[in-house]
Design a protein around this ligand. Structure first.
Ligand SMILES: [Zn+2]
Length: 374
């Protein structure tokens, strides 16, 4: 199995998060079976009704050891404004271009090449390759795997997990969480000259003022800072939409979305409740749709120590973005490490450097050597 060739094929499937991923997961089921994995499919319908498949490939013995999971996602963010077809991989000047090349089809391909290099008979503890849906929109695939997998129910979760998000192959022990809620005001559209409308934006304004106060509190009070992270504060990012209502119509509907990134030790519920209570006070609709906590594996945990030995780094790192570790780290000792750079993820003309494929596969293989062989 060759990770570069496999990545090219994976980029050919449009797996933007809202799409059903059945086709690519059928292909990956065959791929995992062809390298000697038993494969479980964990399926669910997303809130819009699209069928989502998650895969758990398992290779190795039925032993009391719980082994290692290589953990990736197949969904991508949308591709708008690309100079070429985002779903046709191209290699130019040592870079592979295509949506998902970096985040994280390239890494998933490295995991599969890694699993292909080991014979089942040589594994003393099981090796898993887990491929999820809906990472980019709230870790829903990882949550479904954790809740519904028969494999993990029967054998237990792997003891150790490697979440292969792009970290330039540096070991990451902690990241911020992701909380997202929307607050909606309803009014009535009318020509603004008639006096008969009801402007939804006006209803939102007092709520927005309180959200700005929370933002300023979180940015200015050092008790909410965490020096392990860059930046050391959360975001309380406020976005607004009234559907681009034109200025001579009273806005019938106005929505505020807030994104909050909790850090380890934060009282997440307190901040959610402040948003909810403010919404209720002004008669607005409140909808919490992502609530994923932060991740922090102790820097002296086995998996982090192993990652430092493998990479030759002196200390593990933190990142500000979230990953499926938000779910998986509840069940296994987890490190986040993978090929590619987050600065190329989600970009127009996303790419991954070609040398990252071999380096990524090599590092994943060293984790397998450590936790499944010796
Ligand atoms: Zn990702």
């Amino acid at each position: 199995m060759n990770a570069i060739e496999l990545t090219k094929k994976l980029i050919g499937y449009n797996t933007v998060s809202p799409n059903s991923n059945v086709e690519v997961m059928d292909f990956l089921t065959e791929t995992l079976e062809s390298i000697g994995c038993e494969v479980e499919r964990v399926e669910y319908n997303d809130p819009a009704g699209a069928l989502k498949v998650n895969l758990i490939g398992r290779k190795g013995p039925n032993s009391s050891q719980r082994g290692l999971g290589l953990l990736g996602h197949i969904d991508t963010v949308p591709a708008i404004g690309w100079s070429d077809d985002p779903y046709e991989a191209r290699i130019v000047d040592g870079k592979m271009y295509g949506r998902g090349s970096c985040d994280m089809k390239g890494s998933v391909a490295c995991m599969i090449e890694t699993a292909s290099r080991f014979n089942t008979a040589d594994l003393h503890a099981p090796l898993y390759v887990v491929i999820t849906a809906d990472e980019e929109v709230g870790y829903f695939g990882a949550t479904a795997v954790a809740e519904k997998s028969k494999t993990f129910n029967e054998h237990g979760f792997p003891q150790y997990g490697v979440v292969g998000e792009p970290t330039e192959l540096k070991a990451v022990y902690a990241h911020k969480g992701a909380v997202r809620f929307s607050v909606t005001a309803y009014g009535r559209a009318a020509h603004s000259s008639t006096g008969e409308g009801d402007n939804a934006n006006l209803k939102l304004i007092p709520f927005l003022s309180e959200m700005r106060d929370i933002y300023e509190e979180l940015m200015s009070d050092p008790q909410y800072y965490n020096a392990e992270f860059t930046p050391p504060y959360t975001d309380w990012n406020i976005t607004l939409s009234d559907g681009e209502c034109t200025a001579n119509i009273t806005s019938p509907r106005s929505v505020c979305n807030i994104n909050y990134r909790p850090m380890p030790g934060d009282d997440i519920q307190y901040w959610i409740d402040r948003g909810r209570n403010a919404a209720e006070k002004y008669g607005l609709e409140f909808d919490l749709f992502i609530n994923a906590g932060p991740v922090r594996t102790p820097p002296d945990a086995e998996i982090i120590k192993a990652a430092l030995e493998i990479t030759g780094d002196t200390k593990p790192h933190t990142v500000a973005y979230g990953t499926d570790a938000a779910e998986f780290a509840k069940h296994m000792e987890t490190v986040i490490i993978g090929p590619g750079s987050i600065s190329q993820a989600h970009t127009v003309d996303e790419w991954m450097a070609i040398d990252q494929f071999e380096k990524g596969t090599d590092i994943f293989c060293q984790f397998v050597d450590r936790f499944c062989i010796s």
